[in-house]
Design a protein around this ligand. Sequence first.
Ligand code: C2O
Length: 534
Amino acid sequence: GRTRHYTFNVVMKTATRLCSTKPIVTVNGRFPGPTLYAREGDNVLVNVINQVKYNVTIHWHGVRQLRTGWADGPAYITQCPIQPGNSYAYNFIITGQRGTLFWHAHILWLRVTVHGAIVILPKLNVPYPFPAPYKEEVIILGEWWKADTEAVINQALKTGLAPNVSDAHIINGHPGPMSDCPTSKGFQLEVKSGETYMLRIINAALNEELFFKVAGHQMTVVEVDASYTKPYKTDTILITPGQTTNVLLTADREAGRYLVTASTFMDSPIAVDNQTAMATVHYTNTLSTSILTTTDPPPQNATPVASNFIDSLRSLNSEQYPARVPLTVDHSLLFTVGLGVNPCPTCVNGSRVVADMNNVSFTMPTTAILQAHYFNISGVFTDDFPGKPPIDFNYTGSGPKNLGTMTGTRVYRLPFNSSVQVVLQDTGIIAPENHPLHLHGFNFFAVGRGLGNYNPNTSPYKFNLVDPVERNTIGVPSGGWTAIRFSADNPGVWFMHCHLEVHTTWGLKMAFVVDNGIGPDESLLPPPKDLPPC
Ligand code: C2O
């Protein structure tokens, strides 16, 4: 592979959306940020120069970072932040992946505007395992707040309550015409009759799982999270924060204009957010008189639509791209994920919402865990993240509930190359809710999924160990569970967290420490010289 050089200047920029204007943090003054292109096997070198008043880090979401954990990016997990006026060159190789991923800031809520696509093309002269599209387009879904987002979350932490939902969803930076600003222009995708397009769809929203639809058209899913899938035809895509989905869309309808929608999926009864972002697909030979063909987005709580989509995805599992599912398990873990309530004397209600895994609400350290691990600095983290819930209770039903959560910077240690199964079990402590869980440093196979409580005696018999979908982010169903498997072949410290940013803020996060292998080719590389100091 060759080396791809990029310079990311983190700078402020004034932006107007929903008829209101505010300064936002951007990369190179662009929102969404620049697309990073590479081929499988390439070396990527991105020099990030921080010219804003905030601390910054950038995460290459879904990139394996094999032995290069120093370039992963989550603040205080693998690095301390790049301080104002400083820079850091992220240096990594794209190994065994091709498709769409994305990069985003990984500190506070800065990723709301600091994000962009990563397009990984196959190696030179290696075709796609599907007919080559006429053209490719990046479609980034996001959110927009009129207010300053750091102020939104800080206010919520002060009161102990949930933060305000965004004022709009956006498609490639634009909400489209909204009731509170009808002049707002939407993104327009130009297509030529008869041609097939590959849409590289990214959910970069902070807190919204989304349905994506194009009126009158079917889409064929061919890849998710930079891993090929069996072609799956559908009229609705479900995409959670942290997920990426490549679809083929053929312009096979009458020339005209067709509405594109990105709308909320949320089956929790406690929150309402029915904003829908709008864009259009526009055939180039459209008559000026042709009207817009519209579509109704699924209802916000359309769980059957979501479940049907999730259950339909399979790895391609071809001879060239086999699904290497771990068939045996060395570490079988059960992690509850959910929300809780802790006392908070200074909060308005005397309590605050927290989020936890196995009853631990993760506390951010002030020294990066990877550095503490590598240089043997004590007092930064403890090794005692529980492998199973500390208290047995009916996770999804009524009955005794562990309301008070523990805090701590706790990690779970995995021997190099061990084979790991994690069952992620949703809890109904406050209310059941979907949680898109993201694991850094690995792709995993989503081998099973069910409603209610996971049953270790019966549930595994239904696992798909042949062609389960391979991902880096998976939804844990509301009041149910998801089982994932991966091989711990990447030494370092790897964050796992809910990709709903508000849940991460509340503590729904933990980290795995994977030991070094024996040989020099199996070990974490030494830290780069310009790694930001803690
Ligand atoms: Cu895309 Cu740790 O995040």
